[in-house]
Design a protein around this ligand. Structure first.
Ligand SMILES: [Fe+2]
Length: 269
């Protein structure tokens, strides 16, 4: 079976008219390059795990829609703490999404469960009882991936951990029995980080723009670095012994290669 490839894009932080974020980050140009990158990769779907825009205004969503329009892959979005309810005007979804629970998308045999973790006006997330029930019901059955904006684990980056997904133990308990759940994908921290939650591999995807600084001191300031941008690929395959998930970091940029390891006679170059 051909692998199912889900590309995870996150935290694009677009401002109105393509204005720079924080006076420095050209998030519009970064998103344009991410779209080119994804069009070249041609995954089966793209999941955008929140913070599409910075202030949640209609004008920002309009700019976002213009920038994402060249994407030639189906796109599914969930909100982050920088989004607003206007996200569902820009990307219409069902009643459960508008109700703040989430929504579900099937890509062939693979189910994508997209959980809303946001609280209007708050920087942190929350795994409410209703959301966890929605996720547990949606996960029942075959192979699946779960996506939410706020990580349900501590990263060691203190100022981000204060605003992660609160009540994460409830979410861990909700997903633990879901045999088909292969992995969990999050955003919010703008850098590639992994942990185990509810017995599942749980990954934070990098941003296609700026990265939250890697500072593990307890009083580290809220700062960012312009590290190499990227997307995360979730590759799902069916083998004789069942479904498997493997993740790949795909950096965005122009890199020299490919170069062969071997000459025509089979000797190493
Ligand atoms: Fe963000």
């Amino acid at each position: 079976m051909k692998p199912i490839v889900i590309a995870q894009l996150t935290d694009t932080h677009i401002r109105e008219g393509g204005a720079f974020a924080y006076g420095r980050v050209d998030t519009a140009s970064f998103l344009a390059r991410a779209v080119e990158h994804l069009n070249a990769l041609q995954p089966d779907a793209v999941v955008l795990t929140g913070d599409l825009v910075d202030y949640g205004t209609a004008a920002e969503y309009e700019t976002f829609r213009t920038l994402i329009a060249p994407l030639r892959v189906p796109l599914h979005v969930i909100p982050g703490n920088h989004d607003s309810a206007l996200i569902w005007d820009a990307f219409p979804s069902g009643d459960t999404a508008r109700a703040g629970l989430g929504h579900t998308v099937d890509v062939g045999p693979l189910r994508l469960v997209m959980m809303d973790s946001t609280i209007p006006g708050a920087p942190n997330g929350l795994a409410t009882e209703e959301r966890c029930r929605y996720v547990a019901d949606a996960l029942a059955g075959g192979p699946s991936l779960l996506f939410l904006h706020h990580p349900p684990f501590l990263t060691g980056i203190a100022h981000m951990d204060r605003n992660n997904c609160h009540e994460a133990a409830r979410l861990a308990a909700a997903i633990a029995p879901a045999d088909g759940l292969l992995a969990v994908g999050c955003g919010h921290v703008h850098r590639m980080i992994s942990a185990t939650v509810g017995g599942r591999r749980t990954l934070i995807a990098p941003s296609p723009a700026h990265a939250v600084s890697l500072d593990l001191s307890p009083d580290g300031p809220a700062t960012f670095h312009l590290e190499p941008p990227g997307v995360l690929l979730h590759v799902v395959t069916r083998e004789a012994d069942g479904w498997h998930h493997v993740s790949h970091l795909s950096p965005i940029g122009a890199f020299a290669g490919p170069f062969p390891f071997f000459q025509e006679d089979g000797e190493l170059v």
